[in-house]
Structure formats: structure tokens, C-alpha cells
Design a protein around this ligand. Structure first.
Ligand code: PEP
Length: 254
């Protein structure tokens, strides 16, 4: 039985005070509505990780980072290591978010290095995959997603895979207000699960939490997350509104 998981990616938003206020509002709303039946994480900008982690430390809510570098230390100006993230209270880390793939230019090879580093450093990675609109229109969704999943998981043992989460986020649905239909999401999630069964085994595939992301809000969350292979959501814009984010967490309670 897969426990639902809802994570809020704050991207490059909030400031010192509003990040702590938002985290506290989410933490208290989440414990009232879901009471531990849903895994919840907030993913603030790096500079607010520590204060957010302190603000939610007495709640059932985890903190994640939006990115990590694969080297452990040294002359890598501007980068952040897994040990630094652990040190400030992080549990999760996003790897290969579409904005890092398509705005910053991260490759599958780099994302795989980050996945391996995250796991080696005791963080739980969330591998983000998803196709561009032109790729969907050209009928390439499965090819693109399969390549991203294969590449992202290269070199991961069965044991390491068991702590990975995958987020399917069609790029055309992120921040656009255009959500995949529940059927479109289910089709790709089922495809990813069958691919995992091929790459690993049926058990590993059944245990993997696969989140949907892309303009999830309080109105569409329930139907998306009630699909058989959709185990939660990775939420961007709506995670900045505490009441709406708590409604999405509530929608994940099965
Ligand atoms: C995201 O940032 O991963 C995301 C899905 O954003 P939004 O919910 O705003 O589309």
C-alpha cells in the first residue's frame, strides 16, 4: 500500500518571514486534516531551508530542497552539497525539475549524478520527468519519459530505488493552468510503473510512489489523485496558498 505524498515546490518565491509563516500554516493545517495519513513536504528556496525546517520540526512535515550538486565539497561556487542540505534539516531533494532541465539546461547525465549523490548523502530524491508540448503532440511522450526515467535511475540498486519518488510533470502543464486530464496522467503513470517493473521488478514498481505535477489545485486534485497509479502531487503555484495547499493534502487522504 503506497502512502500518498503531497509536496509543495515554492520555486523562487517567499522571503524570510513569509516562508516561515507559510510553513507553519501548512504544518498546522496538514496535521489537522491529514494527521499523518499523507506524507507532506515543503520545498522552499535554499536560503530559507533552515528556518523553515526549524518552524516545522515538531510537526509531521518534511522539508526538501529544489536542487543539489553532486560533488561533496570544494571549488564549486554557488553550489550546495548533500551534506549541507542534511545539515539544515532537509529530507527530500528535487532532481531534474523541468525548470532546471529546460531553463537552466540540465542534462539527463547531470541529473543522474545528482540522484546518485543525493542517495549517497542520505537524502530522498524526487526524480522529475515529463515531456514538452511538441513532444506530446508528436506522439513521443512515452519515449521521452522512458529515456528520462532510465537515465535518471542509471546505477541505482533495488535498495536505493526503494527510497526514490518519481514525479511525472508534463512541461506544458507546469505553471500554465493547463492540467493533464486524469486519464492522461493515469496513462503515463501506468507506463512509468510498467517500465520500472521491466528495469527492476514488479514489487519495486508496485512500491514506487509516482506523483503528478502540473497546475494541480484544490479543484482538480481529488480526481487526479484518485487515479490508480497517481500517488500524490508535486504542487507549484497552489503550494504558496496555505489554505489551498491544505485542501490538496486533504484530497490525498484516501
Ligand atoms: C512544479 O513546480 O513542479 C509545478 C507543478 O508547478 P505548478 O503547480 O505551478 O504547475
Amino acid at each position: 500500500m503506497r502512502k500518498p505524498f503531497v509536496a509543495g515546490n515554492w520555486k523562487m518565491n517567499t522571503d524570510g518571514q513569509s516562508s516561515v509563516d507559510l510553513a507553519k500554516a501548512v504544518a498546522s493545517g496538514a496535521s489537522e486534516t491529514a494527521g499523518g495519513s499523507v506524507s507532506v513536504a515543503v520545498i522552499p528556496p535554499f536560503v530559507y531551508l533552515q528556518s523553515v525546517a526549524q518552524a516545522v520540526s515538531s510537526h509531521h512535515i518534511a522539508v526538501g530542497a529544489q536542487d543539489v550538486y553532486f560533488e561533496q565539497k570544494g571549488a564549486f561556487t554557488g553550489e550546495i552539497s548533500t551534506a549541507m542540505l542534511k545539515d539544515v534539516g532537509c529530507t527530500y531533494v528535487l532532481c531534474g525539475h523541468s525548470e532546471r532541465r529546460h531553463v537552466i539546461g540540465e542534462t539527463d547525465e547531470l541529473i543522474n549524478k545528482k540522484m546518485l549523490a543525493a542517495l549517497g548523502g542520505g537524502l530522498l530524491p524526487i526524480l522529475c520527468v515529463g515531456e514538452l508540448l511538441e513532444q506530446r503532440d508528436a506522439g513521443q511522450t512515452e519515449t521521452v519519459v522512458a529515456e528520462q526515467v532510465r537515465a535518471g535511475l542509471t546505477g541505482l540498486s533495488d535498495e536505493k530505488l526503494s527510497v526514490v519518488t518519481i514525479a511525472y510533470e508534463p512541461v506544458w502543464a507546469i505553471g500554465t493552468g493547463r492540467t493533464a486530464t486524469p486519464q492522461q496522467a493515469q496513462e503515463v503513470h501506468a507506463f512509468i510503473r510498467s517500465l520500472l517493473a521491466e528495469l527492476y521488478d514488479r514489487r519495486a514498481a508496485q512500491d514506487m510512489r509516482i506523483l503528478y505535477g502540473g497546475s494541480v489545485n484544490a479543484a482538480n486534485a481529488k480526481e487526479l489523485m484518485s487515479q490508480e497509479d497517481v500517488d500524490g502531487s508535486l504542487v507549484g503555484g497552489a503550494s504558496l496558498k496555505p489554505d489551498e495547499f491544505v485542501e490538496i493534502i486533504q484530497a490525498a487522504v484516501s
